[in-house]
Design a binder for this molecule. Sequence first.
Ligand SMILES: [Zn+2]
Length: 80
Amino acid sequence: MKCPYCKKEMELGFIQSPQEISWKKGDKRPLLGRAQFHEGSVILSELSFLKGAAVTAFLCRECKKVIIEYSDENSDFNQR
Ligand SMILES: [Zn+2]
């Protein structure tokens, strides 16, 4: 994937967590809690008790950006 800012090739990797990985709406840091309790949230990786949660992510070190394409079901390691 090309970086949308500098157009250079991004590095493929992943982000993992011992908790569900989700995007939550708003600019205030919510209390910890699962996405299902936050309106408008998007679950990027469901939690697996054995594997944790992980999503494919592309990194640009130059622009300090990370992109997670969540429409791609291959992004969520637990959906594979
Ligand atoms: Zn870049």
